[in-house]
Ligand binder design. Structure first.
Ligand SMILES: NC(=O)c1ccc[n+]([C@@H]2O[C@H](COP(=O)([O-])OP(=O)(O)OC[C@H]3O[C@@H](n4cnc5c(N)ncnc54)[C@H](OP(=O)(O)O)[C@@H]3O)[C@@H](O)[C@H]2O)c1
Length: 261
């Protein structure tokens, strides 16, 4: 078993204005990490920062950025490159639902930009400093969607497959450096994700976890040095189940679940 990342290592959380990112901010502050919160909705992050400073006596700074743009993520990458080591939580992301041919191509491209390019670029920015210091970690938030193609969420599932494979490979490469990388693969979680992705009906099932439970599971797995965390036993079945069934059958079953018609 590894030790937790020491609280002397500051954490940077992307997508900290709601959901899983907010959960990370809360639990990392409770562990004593100073924080940098990054997202677009400044007021929400400022309110959270004020609360966490008062509750946990940690330093919390707020950085407003649209991470879906080169200009927005540049200063964040610079911060990661120059002020490390860090515990980086690459969490900002969104999904979209519908037949790919009918969806707004520009928004689909933005999804790839945020869910893939930003995760790649910020991971590249943080790792050299972390490895030099032999400290810190990266959690990249993927999804159980990463484990199979999802018709009607084609772009989303493919972006998360990238995050899972990329992070798992890096976790192995970092072995022995003192730096950890972990892919977090939540299943349905009660956040604002479903509203943004236009899929509330699916999330009315009793299975969704709370963001707090997902984050607790993630931090426990990181403490133990795991390369992948799938929170919740039911999600582990969801993630591993498709391996036991032919891909063509998985595709058809998943298609009937996600078809919005
Ligand atoms: N909820 C689920 O069921 C579920 C399951 C598996 C994986 N995930 C993954 O978990 C991560 C967090 O999602 P969530 O469920 O917590 O959803 P959420 O409540 O909608 O949170 C998404 C966060 O990402 C930020 N964000 C979105 N676009 C951004 C941009 N262009 N620039 C900067 N920040 C941006 C949002 O902040 P602003 O709008 O303020 O910018 C928000 O803080 C995502 O990567 C998602 O794919 C979620």
């Amino acid at each position: 078993m590894s030790d937790p990342v020491p609280p002397s290592v500051p954490a940077l959380v992307t997508g900290a204005s709601s959901g899983i990112g907010e959960g990370f901010a809360r639990q990392l502050a409770a562990r004593g990490h100073d924080l940098t919160l990054v997202a677009r909705r400044t007021e929400r992050m400022q309110a959270l920062a004020k609360e966490l400073r008062a509750q946990h006596s940690v330093k919390v700074s707020v950085h407003t950025a649209d991470l879906g743009t080169h200009a927005g993520r540049g200063p964040v990458a610079t911060m990661l490159r120059t002020k490390g080591p860090w515990l980086l939580i690459n969490n900002a992301g969104f999904g979209s639902r519908g037949r790919f041919v009918d969806l707004d191509a520009k928004r689909e491209a933005e999804e790839v930009e945020l869910n893939v390019v930003t995760v790649h670029e910020l991971t590249a920015a943080v790792l050299p400093g972390n490895v030099d210091a032999a400290k810190g970690a990266v959690i990249n938030v993927a999804s159980t969607a990463a484990y199979q193609a999802i018709p009607y969420m084609a772009t989303y599932a493919a972006t998360k497959a990238f995050v899972l494979h990329f992070t798992e490979a890096i976790a192995q490469e970092l072995h022995g450096t003192g730096v950890r990388a972990m892919a977090l693969c939540p299943g349905p979680t009660r956040t604002e994700f479903d509203q943004v992705a236009g899929m509330s009906a699916l999330f009315n099932m009793p299975l969704p976890m709370s963001a707090d439970a997902v984050v607790r599971s993630a931090l426990r797995a990181l403490d133990r040095g795991h390369a992948i965390c799938v929170p919740g036993p039911h999600n582990l079945i969801l993630a591993q189940g498709p391996r036991l069934v032919p891909r063509s059958a998985v595709r058809r079953i998943v298609s009937t679940i996600f078809d919005p018609r």
